[in-house]
Design a protein around this ligand. Structure first.
Ligand SMILES: O=C(O)CCC(=O)C(=O)O
Ligand SMILES: [Fe+2]
Length: 306
């Protein structure tokens, strides 16, 4: 059994934006994870998204396969990939997913309205609402880095961002004592930040020290009404590792589990290079500049082969 963890709580509606920014700074330095409360997304909407997600995954496999992923939009089958690209012994991840990208770009695939009424409109509403929460949160993150509030906007990261909803289903029924099968094996997220909602079934764990052996895994329980937010690799690169893109995983829950991850990714052409304020002669950039799309493509190729 892993240690229980008390993650910091950030209030998005706090009138004292500087104190909210400071708590974000501390959370991102120490954990790379925090709970976000008072974010303004109605709990009923989150519940509806989870219900609609469960309706999709309950369809017969032939129907799900009609929407099998193209350009990483649509249905990704159980055991299709392995997020842990460092382990040769971990088996493929025991989960299935459905991915929805930018609403305007025509690549998305949708179930028919007559098969799953209101499914598309529920997901579109959720996409727009969580994107605006993410945008607001990024202005606080900019403040927390002593940058202008609209820094990420000016950088172009928020112009047509390649944000993705991942509807995730962990079927359960697997014995978690089998060390080599995970719901989602150990990984860091590829983008700027991720905002996660779950159905409350446990399973998510983080490892704060990547290099510690043996690794120490700590449980991240869900908090009712809060998003679990984590820092992704692009934010880690921008900040030269000041903010951590913390490694996390999902154990195979004995019980079925649903979650919805909103990956707030930057614009596909955004060049990610260390902020000037985060490097110096004595602390040079640890990563070369990289275009977001190139980084993302490589990670998807390594984990999923597409
Ligand atoms: O399902 C979860 O709780 C986390 C999923 C996750 O970490 C991911 O898909 O990147
Ligand atoms: Fe993740």
């Amino acid at each position: 059994m892993a240690d229980a963890l008390q993650l910091p709580v950030v209030d998005l509606s706090s009138p004292d934006r500087f104190s909210a920014a400071n708590s974000i700074r501390q959370a991102c330095i120490e954990h790379g994870f925090f709970y976000l409360v008072n974010h303004g997304v109605d709990e009923e909407l989150v519940k509806k998204v989870l219900e609609q997600s469960s309706k999709f995954f309950s369809l017969p496999i032939e129907d799900k396969m009609k929407l099998v992923q193209r350009s990483y939009r649509g249905y990704v089958t159980l055991y299709a990939g392995k997020l842990d690209i460092t382990s040769s012994s971990a088996k493929a991840d025991s989960r299935e997913g459905f991915y929805i990208g930018p609403l305007a770009d025509e690549l998305n695939q949708w179930p028919l309205e007559e098969d799953l009424p209101s499914w598309r409109s529920t997901m579109e509403t959720y996409y727009q609402e969580v994107l605006s929460v993410g945008t607001e949160l990024l202005s606080l993150i900019a403040l927390s880095l002593r940058l202008d509030e609209d820094y990420f906007k000016k950088l172009g990261a928020l112009n047509d961002p390649l944000a993705i909803i991942g509807l995730l289903h962990y079927p359960g029924g697997l014995d978690s004592s089998n060390e080599e099968i995970y719901g989602a094996s150990a990984h860091s997220d590829f983008g700027m930040i991720t905002l996660l909602a779950t159905d409350g079934v446990p399973g998510l764990q983080i490892c704060r020290e990547k290099t510690e052996q043996p690794p120490v895994w700590e449980d991240v329980p869900s908090m009712s009404g809060a998003f679990i937010v984590n820092i992704g690799d692009m934010m880690e690169r921008w900040t030269n590792c000041l903010f951590r893109s913390t490694v996390h995983r999902v154990l195979p829950p004995g019980q079925e589990r649903y979650s919805v991850a909103f990956f707030a990714n930057p614009n596909k052409d955004c060049i990610i290079e260390c902020f000037e304020s985060c490097c110096s002669e004595s602390c040079p950039p640890r990563f070369p500049p990289i275009k977001y799309l190139d980084y993302r493509k490589e990670r998807l190729r390594l984990s999923y082969g597409f």
